[in-house]
Design a protein around this ligand. Structure first.
Ligand SMILES: Cc1ncc(COP(=O)(O)O)c(C=O)c1O
Length: 390
């Protein structure tokens, strides 16, 4: 990996230490250039004509994303963000009163809110797999839940927003496949950070966003939809004239591909930008990106763990690049001010984003650092000194 070149391709990086890739990353400049050029062409030709002219470039989104996730182009849908992708996937499941959804105890808050909405409207039952003391999912408990009542859906967040935990989604996928249960994976924090292979995970749906570890533009996301779902004619509950054709007074015909999970209007400039970001990741190689990310997160975790008064809260047998911590005796306001003064970019995770996990850890907030492959080991050392000095 040519870090020097990669850093030159973030021309406005300056002196900051950018550690908010789990929030919204810095795009390679080629992404921004492509978007700007496309918008300029829209000024010249108007949106519809340009869509025709750029059809091949637009189609490249499906090819690059399929390469990234190890599937076919027809299994990919563009989404406006990860939540849009997730909601469309959920809405395609014909829930009935009493249907069970199994999720984890360390899952994304918005997904949980959606399950609660489904509970209120359709009377579904939500069950959560307990976590082991090391943070991993308790597979014995999962098996027990499966025996109580076969769920209609298992929905797991690969990497939660509030912790460094990487769930073993492939092990869960194996069990779902054995029982023929629908399996939805929220891979919003993992796609672009580590290798994500939908064949290995054996999921039916996988949702992700563009702006985080993929380094794409805001307002973009994607959804993987398995062949099994496509063949069983599942589609979002409320589908539009892009996903389906109105063929008779009371009839419509769905698109054969995962495009039935899209809606008609979208920003093609942003799709072009996202495609470029995915191409950039594919060219470096996700295995190489993952290897580099492991090196960075280990160094930062080790550094922070040795600072007096610092507690690093991440749990799990496999940890990723979301590093969460607090320092005793320092208020959130003072810590934020100190980090801001030193041009450190970070996020704060609060209780409502990890209700079960944070209650168990006994915290109301943590600082979240999320380095990515363009960061350096020197930055991992420097930021630790900054934290030590407060
Ligand atoms: C684990 C996880 N899932 C889903 C989302 C939602 O992503 P988006 O804002 O693109 O809908 C986030 C955002 O932080 C996330 O961390």
């Amino acid at each position: 990996m040519n870090i020097q070149k990669i850093r030159q391709e973030i021309p406005y990086y300056g002196n900051k230490i950018f550690l908010n890739n789990a929030g919204s990353s810095l795009s390679p400049n080629v992404v921004t250039k492509k978007i700007q050029a496309f918008l300029h062409q829209e000024e010249l030709f108007g949106g519809y004509k340009l869509e025709d002219i750029q059809a091949a470039q637009i189609a490249a989104f499906y090819k690059e994303t399929a390469n990234l996730l190890n599937c076919k182009e027809q299994n990919i849908a563009f989404a406006h963000d990860a939540t849009d992708a997730y909601i469309k996937a959920l809405s395609s499941i014909p829930f009935k009163t009493g249907d069970v959804v199994i999720t984890s105890s360390n899952d994304y808050a918005s997904n949980q809110i959606q399950f609660i909405s489904l509970q209120k409207r359709f009377g579904i039952v939500v069950k959560r797999i307990a976590a082991l003391s090391n943070g991993d999912i308790d597979r014995n408990h999962f098996q027990e839940l499966l025996q109580e009542k076969t769920p209609v859906l298992v929905a797991i967040t690969h990497i939660p927003t509030n912790s460094g935990l990487i769930q073993d989604v492939a092990a869960i996928g194996e069990i779902c496949e054995q029982h023929g249960i629908l399996y939805l994976v929220d891979a919003c924090q993992s796609v672009g950070q580590i290798v994500v292979d939908v064949q290995k995970i054996k999921c039916d749906f996988l949702s992700a966003t563009g702006r985080k570890f993929l380094r794409g533009p805001r307002g973009t996301g994607l959804l993987f939809v398995s062949d099994r779902i496509l063949q069983s004619n599942m589609a979002p509950l409320l589908i539009d004239g892009w996903g389906a054709k109105w063929t008779g007074l009371n009839q419509f015909e769905m698109k054969a591909s995962a495009k039935r999970f899209e809606t008609w209007e979208r920003s093609y400039a942003l799709i072009i930008g996202l495609t470029e970001a995915i191409r950039y990741a594919n060219e470096i190689g996700m295995d190489i990106i993952e290897e580099r990310n492991i090196e960075l997160q280990r160094r930062l975790r080790d550094n922070l763990s040795t600072i007096k008064g610092v507690t690093v809260y991440d749990k799990g047998s496999r940890l990723g690049n979301l590093i969460t911590f607090k320092k005793t005796g320092i208020s959130l306001e003072d810590l934020k001010e100190h980090l801001d003064d030193h041009e450190v970019y970070y996020s704060v995770s609060t209780l409502e984003w990890g209700l079960i996990d944070f209650k168990e850890k006994g915290v109301e907030w943590v600082i979240r650092f999320s380095p990515h492959y363009f960061n350096t080991l020197e930055e991992m050392d420097r930021v630790a000194s900054i934290v030590a000095a407060v």
